[in-house]
Design a protein around this ligand. Structure first.
Ligand code: KMH
Ligand code: ZN
Length: 273
């Protein structure tokens, strides 16, 4: 089985220090959390940025301040800035980090519920994001919050409107109002992506650990981090993103799955650089 790529989604746009005091906002906190995850075994860091007061932003200059600082602390790590940002942001606002030419960025594959909010990703938005990623040679991570988002990504790829093979999918499961975190659904989703694609599972909240275990056994990759889940176990908050990654490494070891280095991850994901 291929080595396991661990992605750390260290802060997201919604979780706050009120949920867990270790949620990072400042550049120093972001670097601290990224490095803790990297040192524990993460080869990919999914990056949202905040202003120092915790407000989510897609400001290009804020990304330009934080991405290099994370890269310096985590040599070789693959950084995946968000183009999802927070619900309610405009497409132009969300696209800003793509101007910094990251090697990868997220591409959210359809409009969906996001808890009580609506996360708007209509087809014109997807085409605009795809066009930008083609022009700037950015490999998308196709974020699928619903089963049909896979079909959308595949249709856009077939039309040349988003970068194509090899495609990396992130199946986000258990977000309130979207597809539930179930192993049979995960198997269905995995069976619907083209051969040669790679996939990661992100499971929200209490679904995290069962789905991490399932993905490890099924040969997929996993994402953990405060963006998705702040708990190591029921009632036990993680003190850092590093602790969440350490738990993934321990589950992987139990199942004989080796952890990908950054070089391994770059090879597995087919990144050119
Ligand atoms: N914060 C969500 C509204 C992404 O990073 O592309 C969007 C999100 C997905 O987190
Ligand atoms: Zn995100």
């Amino acid at each position: 089985m291929e080595k396991l790529i661990i992605t750390a989604a260290i802060c997201g746009a919604e979780v706050t220090k009120e949920h867990n005091p270790a949620v990072p906002y400042t550049k120093e906190e972001m670097v601290r959390e990224a490095k803790a995850a990297y040192d524990a075994g993460a080869s990919v860091i999914h990056v949202h940025v905040r202003w120092d007061d915790g407000t989510p932003t897609q400001d290009k200059d804020r990304f330009a301040e934080i991405l290099p600082a994370i890269q310096e602390a985590c040599p070789g790590a693959i950084l995946i800035p968000s183009t999802g940002g927070a619900t309610g942001m405009s497409p132009e606002e969300r696209l800003q980090p793509t101007e910094l030419m990251p090697e990868m960025a997220t591409l959210d594959c359809g409009t969906c519920n996001f808890g009580d909010d609506i996360f708007v990703n209509d087809l014109p938005t997807l085409r605009a994001f795809g066009q930008r990623m083609i022009e700037n040679k950015i490999k998308p991570e196709f974020e699928c919050f619903e089963v049909g988002h896979i079909d959308t990504a595949l249709e856009l790829a077939a039309k040349g409107q988003v970068p194509g093979a090899p495609m990396q999918f992130n199946f986000v499961m258990g977000l309130q109002g979207c597809v539930a975190a179930r192993v049979d659904t995960l198997a269905f989703m995995v069976n619907h992506i083209p051969e040669g694609s790679t996939w990661t599972v992100t499971a929200i909240g209490k679904a995290t650990w069962p789905m991490v275990t399932a993905a490890i056994i099924m040969g997929g990759h996993v994402r953990v981090g405060f963006e998705d889940n702040i708990y190591l176990a029921r009632g036990h908050k993680a003190a850092s993103n590093g602790e969440l990654v350490e738990k993934v490494v321990s589950i992987a070891k139990q199942h004989g799955r080796e952890i990908a280095t950054c070089d391994d991850a770059r090879r597995i994901l087919g990144l050119a650089r």
